[in-house]
Design a binder for this molecule. Structure first.
Ligand code: NTF
Length: 814
């Protein structure tokens, strides 16, 4: 597509789609006209992709996820289509700057963090690797809240991402499904006189599809992200209306539409929320009905379902799908239980994303019975058959059987969704080598002993398109100029950079790129926070959800330690550092919100004290999201991956930093272990207890206060926080945090403190030798190829889904 063609299309869209004469058009209008121009192009590819699917007997990967954290579409689509230069020129001729139009896009924040962003990276890789795929999820009207910082505290602002419309989605009013809730079940006799069960629901909502095209990088494959939006079945209950109950009539509509209103802003699920269960069932039912419709449309028998669809459960959120597919096959399609079960297990795969016991989803039985009475019966039946087979073939004792049961009978009875997912899937995986091992040893041990062959590891990955080529154009240009552009789809080729780590001229260029990225971030931070950062300082960055297990408070204890050292001796020669934090806390997470306040409070003191602010600064970047993440990762020198060992399933931010040449300070947790293996231990700053050591320490009876007594720097830091030094004398505000650490410290912050500080001192030493630091930085990028989501998706496709590449030809280019 040439610049003149693009220009014409934009002008056409201004006239015909938006209805504004160019002289009156705003930046937002131009952005939309450009987005529609790009979307037209995607649609051509999309139509060809769907055509290939219809003509050939192909298998599709269906990724079921309650979250898709896509980030802005425009820049990514221009990159993947390879038309950025043409578009830049075209809009320039119309008096616009492309960067200004890019800034007009509201990011669709339909996810909390790692889990939702992983789904987005996987969609990019599936299309780029020319694998047919459907992403199925929820079209939340309000995504993750926008975070503002007021007086150091997090404030949550509703995310109205749809307020100016969404040019990337196409509503498909013809693709709708009914989803039932509530009511009861009853026996009846079918035509043949056989006794069957039917569900008599007392409510229904309609789910409508909104499709977003997902374009692969420089290929013709364009897949679909299909998000479901809930609508009332009829806008009015006419009977209620006629009897004069106007508000009652609208009520049903309001309740129905509530289902897809808002994303739950917790990265670790909270238990027992009724609307959350409704959301999960709603999108899963729509998605499975959609697959069955696609199967029918191709004239395929139901038995072939697993040959046509591989359905991956992104955590347990969609795991009700196991019971729903059984219901659709047994109740609606009248398959035998045994046939339906074979189909179900062959179809599903389950990915676990967390070991935190409080995050394992369970639903109270009464709630389940009220909303999904038929599914409860189905789950009972699955459980009965499962436990019978366990008793029979594995001779398990009662205790064992109890532990495996889909129903937790300790206290209030609850359905264990992870157990349902395990029983209903032929493949079960964790998201990093360590995590997959720990799964087998802890939360899923009993299932592993039953079916070791179902367990496997799929280490996470991130897309190098968005997180390198798009986010870091300068580094990408340098790399491409040096080793060619093959790395964008074959990140293992980054290895070719290794010898250049010994090339002083190359190192200088590498440093200049980093410097320029840091300047850009410093400009952004100044604008957002008023805090000035010097790009010649070390940028020490921790961005991720705020969570105790991720230990942002360990990081801030290091800041306070340096502050104390400088206060004691203002002439102390320490390497100047900017500490950059970012991340949202769940609105109801009391301690996490106080950690944000503490970071800002320490920042206020440090940044305004002339004794220290020439060597230390602290900035909290508000509203960390995909968009500003793309500014942050390329500007980091040091990546903080300091979770307590055994708690972070994988992490994916760690990979984004490494690919962009940051060095990591980290524990042996999640994918850090594999990052260190790849880049070499000499290029990684390791500290902290191992998983085994943390378990041992906690078994022995961990006494956090002993560490305070044994370490004067730690004691001083804690004393300062407690004394109100960072809170204008207020000794109450951080008391819950300090008490929690001193009395229980569930994530061993104190136990790891001394080793962390020692390691940070080592970091500072290495930083003093810029040539060596740069050498290590280059080697980090060069050896991080494994962490591309292309590698991860190839493994899923080859080892779990059996989904092959299908090159798409564009037949008629007019
Ligand atoms: C997250 N899990 C983990 O906490 C991260 O370590 C991991 O990188 C991502 O998943 C992606 O695999 C969750 O968000 C959840 F919901 F499972 F707790």
């Amino acid at each position: 597509m040439s610049a003149p063609e693009i220009k014409k299309s934009i002008l056409d869209h201004l006239t015909y789609s938006i209805g504004r004469p160019p002289s009156l058009a705003s930046k937002q209008d131009y952005y939309k006209a450009l987005a529609l121009t790009v979307r037209d192009r995607l649609q051509q590819h999309w139509v060809e992709t769907v055509q290939a699917y219809l003509e050939q007997d192909l298998k599709v990967a269906c990724y079921l996820s309650a979250e898709f954290l896509m980030g802005p579409h425009l820049g990514n689509n221009l990159l993947n289509l390879g038309i950025e230069n043409e578009v830049r020129q075209a809009v320039k001729e119309m008096g616009c700057e492309l960067d200004e139009l890019l800034a007009e896009e509201e990011e669709p924040g339909l996810g909390n963090g790692g889990l939702g962003r992983l789904a987005a990276c996987y969609m990019d890789s599936l299309a780029t690797l020319e694998r047919l795929a459907l992403g199925y999820g929820i079209r939340y009207e309000f995504g993750i809240f926008d975070q503002e910082i007021r007086d150091g505290w997090q404030c949550e602002i509703t995310d109205k991402w749809l307020r100016s419309g969404n040019p990337w989605e196409i509503a498909k009013p013809e693709i709708t499904y009914y989803v039932n809730f509530g009511g009861h079940t009853e026996y009846y006799r079918d035509e043949a006189g056989a006794e069957r069960i039917r569900w008599v629901p007392d409510r229904a909502v309609k789910g409508m599809a909104y499709d977003t095209p997902i374009q692969g990088y420089r290929v013709n494959t364009c897949n679909t992200l299909r998000l479901w939006s809930a609508e009332a079945c009829e806008s009015f209950d006419f009977q209620a209306f006629n009897t004069g109950d106007y508000y009652g009539a609208v009520d049903d509509k309001v309740i129905s539409e509530t289902i897809t209103k808002v994303l739950y802003p917790n990265d670790e699920p909270e238990i027992g929320k009724r609307l959350r269960l409704l959301q999960q069932y709603f999108f899963v039912s729509c998605s499975l009905q959609d697959m069955l419709r696609l199967l029918d449309a191709q004239g395929q028998p139901t038995q072939r379902f697993p040959e046509k669809f591989a359905v991956q459960l992104n955590d347990t959120h969609p795991s009700i799908g196991v019971a729903e597919l059984m219901r659709l096959l047994v109740d609606e399609r009248r398959l035998s239980w045994e046939d339906a079960w074979d189909i179900t297990v062959l179809t599903f795969g389950y990915t676990n994303h967390t070991l935190l016991p409080e995050a394992l989803e369970t639903w109270p039985l009464p709630l389940f019975r009220e909303l999904l009475p038929r599914h409860l019966e189905i789950i009972y039946e699955i459980n009965a058959r499962f436990l019978a087979s366990v008793r029979e073939t594995h001779h398990q004792d009662d205790e064992h059987v109890k532990r495996l049961s889909l129903i937790d009978e300790n206290g209030e009875k609850r359905i264990r969704m992870a157990h349902l997912a395990c029983v209903g899937s032929h493949a079960i995986n964790g998201v990093a080598a360590l995590h997959s091992e720990l799964l087998k040893r802890s939360v899923l041990k009993d299932f592993y002993e039953l079916w070791p062959e179902r367990f496997n590891n799929k280490t996470n990955g991130v897309t190098p398109r968005r997180f390198m080529a798009l986010a870091n154009p300068k580094l990408s240009e340098l790399i491409t100029r040096t080793i060619g552009d093959g790395w964008i789809t074959h990140t293992e080729e980054l290895r070719m950079l290794e010898p250049f780590s010994e090339d002083a001229a190359f190192r200088k260029e590498w440093r200049l790129v980093k410097q320029s990225n840091k300047q850009q971030l410093a400009d952004y931070i100044l604008k957002q926070t008023g805090i000035e950062l010097d790009p010649s300082w070390m940028f020490d960055v921790q961005v991720k959800r705020i969570h105790e297990y991720k230990r942002q408070h360990l990081n801030i204890l290091h800041v306070i330690t340096l502050y104390n050292r400088l206060k004691r001796d203002p002439k102390l020669a320490i390497a100047p550092r900017a500490f950059i934090f970012g991340g949202k806390a769940a609105p109801g997470y009391f301690i996490a919100k106080r950690i944000i306040k503490l970071i800002n409070a320490v920042g206020e003191v440090v940044n305004n004290d002339p004794d220290v602010n020439k060597k230390l600064r602290v900035a909290f970047v508000p509203n960390f999201n995909v968009q500003n993440g793309q500014l942050i990762y390329p500007a980091a020198d040091l990546s903080e991956q300091i979770s307590m060992a055994g708690k972070e399933a994988s992490g994916t931010g760690n990979m984004k930093f490494t690919l962009n040449g940051a060095l990591t300070i980290g524990t042996l947790d999640g994918a850090n272990v594999e990052i260190r293996d790849e880049v070499g231990e000499e290029n990684f700053f390791l500290f902290g207890l191992t998983t085994e050591e943390t378990l041992r320490l906690q078994q022995q009876g961990y006494r956090p206060y002993a560490y305070v007594e044994g370490n004067s720097e730690l004691a001083e830091a804690i004393r300062l926080i407690a004394s109100g030094h960072f809170s204008h004398g207020d000794t109450e505000v951080f008391r819950p945090l300090v008490d929690n650490l001193c009395q229980s410290d569930p994530f061993l912050v104190f136990a790891d403190y001394a080793d962390y500080i020692a390691c940070q001192d080592k970091v500072a030493g290495v930083w003093k030798d810029p040539e060596n630091w740069t050498r290590m930085s280059i080697l980090n990028t060069a050896r991080a190829g494994k962490f591309s989501s292309d590698r991860a998706i190839r493994e899923y496709c080859d080892e779990i889904w059996d989904v092959r590449p299908v090159p798409i030809m564009i037949k008629d280019k007019t």
